[in-house]
Design a protein around this ligand. Structure first.
Ligand code: ATP
Ligand code: MG
Length: 450
């Protein structure tokens, strides 16, 4: 930016009258406040040296990135990164976020104002960087940088290095969780403990293994990004999350990276998280299993076009080692309208059914009665067919609690029956409050795929 441009920038940003504007009817965008501050800071420290303002990546203030990019690190464009210093900016309250990989807290995302020092071709220069959280329809980080006009290449090299470092995944990491409580998803379910029709489980497992072993190369031979998409559909409580957890456990045992995106947190389900996940997937340098729960929320909002682009392959991550998306939803109509009628959006739709028969009901009840299981408990099985795994679990837990409360060492059939009928009537009264339960999946299904 030449001097004249700099004065233009100053004029646009409003100089000393800026605060009137900010509080005035015309609300300033967050980035303008940050750029104005950064330019003023620049002028105080570097006088009239020509500078330019740019959008920047949030990864430059990421703790992991800054830690991994030690001082003196050589970058592309004959640039060397010399270090940073945090500076005060009245518009940003510095704050950091953290993650719990393997339950060990690690500082992660961070916002604040920074002075980054570099050397390019032996000449020193600095950049003034500031990032801040914003919240409108969505929550996110906005980041800007002000730097000498002739250092664009050096800055781009630095941003790239920060982004790589921030996204770098360690294989030892359990599950890379994006959004949601950090402990919200645990890959601790054994495959045998998922009680679903064997054909369904076998198909899913075979699909995953075939994809990672042979499929990736076949996709590449066809010139396609090796990105396979499976969708689990079923009513609440049938075991979709349980199945994902078991698949994740298998994937980790095969030394694949598992990335989990949850919509269930304060941040809600914003596409920003999926976008972040896709970046992680693309750059993981390992085969990745990407789990996106309740994908329907992204299909209902403004994010719809973006998520469909991902499914259609326009924005699919291109991870040469292969990436598999395992998505879940409760809403069959979402699939009908937007997915099933458009082949290729999802490679396989797997219906996770209600308990189908007495054999499955028995398996489920035995699992949750544990050592309290008695043969005469079979008498309640007919009432469990057509219910969910979550229902059976609750029936068993409640019966076991009742028995313990009554100081009985065994769970009698009578207590178990009492538990079944109390939970059934509770669900019957609550039926009106739970519209999700009545949506299209009332009837049992026999086909698991379509
Ligand atoms: N098929 C199953 N096998 C074993 N346990 C199950 C099964 N289905 C449900 N459960 C039990 O019920 C609980 C709730 O199930 P889960 O969270 O997996 O359901 P979901 O299909 O993901 O429901 P939602 O659609 O509401 O997210 C699980 O923690 C598990 O204990
Ligand atoms: Mg679930």
């Amino acid at each position: 930016m030449a001097k004249s441009e700099l004065s233009d920038l100053r004029r646009i940003l409003g100089g000393s009258r800026s605060s009137d504007r900010e509080t005035g009817a015309l609300r300033k965008l967050r980035y303008e406040v940050l750029v104005r501050w950064a330019v003023e800071y620049w002028q105080q420290h570097f006088g009239e040296a020509p500078c330019m303002a740019l959008w920047a990546t949030e990864n430059c203030s990421n703790h992991r990135a800054l830690k991994r990019l030690g001082e003196g690190r050589r970058l592309r464009a004959k640039t060397r990164y010399l270090g940073y210093q945090r500076v005060e900016c009245p518009h940003v309250v510095p704050i950091s976020d953290y993650r719990l990989p393997n339950r060990r807290p690690v500082l992660d995302e961070s916002v604040g104002a920074f002075r980054f020092r570099f050397e390019q071709n032996g000449e020193p220069f600095e950049a003034i960087y500031v990032s801040s959280y914003y919240e409108d329809d969505d929550k996110g980080i906005v980041a800007v940088v002000v730097l000498p006009t002739d250092r664009l290449e050096a800055w781009a090299a630095f941003e790239q290095a920060c982004s790589n470092a921030a996204r770098h995944l360690e294989r030892s990491q359990n599950v890379y969780i994006i959004g949601g409580a950090h402990e919200s998803f645990k890959p601790t379910v054994d495959w045998k403990d998922v009680i679903l029709p064997e054909s369904l489980k076998n198909d899913l497992r075979a699909d995953m293994e075939a994809f990672f072993s042979e499929g990736v190369n076949i996709y590449k031979q066809l010139g396609l990004a090796p990105f396979r998409k499976l969708l689990l559909v079923g009513p609440p409580g049938t075991g979709k999350t349980t199945l994902c957890a078991a698949v994740a456990k298998l994937a980790l045992a095969q030394r694949r990276v598992v990335v989990y995106v949850s919509g269930a947190d304060d941040d809600g389900a914003s596409f920003r998280k999926v976008h972040h996940a896709l970046n992680v997937v693309a750059e993981a340098q390992h085969p990745v299993l990407l789990i996106v729960e309740e994908i329907d929320v992204y299909l209902r909002k403004d994010d719809k076009a973006q998520i469909l682009n991902v499914l259609d392959g326009l924005e699919s991550p291109n991870n040469p080692r292969g990436a598999m998306l395992l998505a879940t939803t409760n809403y069959p109509e979402v699939i009908d309208e937007r997915i099933a009628k458009r082949p290729g959006r999802v490679d396989r739709i797997i219906h996770v059914p209600l308990i189908q028969d007495m054999a499955q009901a028995e398996q489920m009840l035995i699992r949750y009665m544990g050592h309290q299981w008695q043969d005469d408990h079979r008498a309640v099985l007919p009432q469990l067919v057509g219910q969910t795994g979550a229902f059976v679990r609750e029936v068993a837990l409640y019966a076991r609690m009742l028995a313990a409360h009554n100081r009985e060492t065994a769970v009698s059939l009578e207590v178990l029956r009492q538990s079944v009928s109390s939970l059934s009537s509770q669900l019957a009264t609550g039926a009106d409050l739970q519209p999700r339960r009545s949506m299209g999946f009332g009837a049992r299904r026999n086909n698991f795929e379509s």
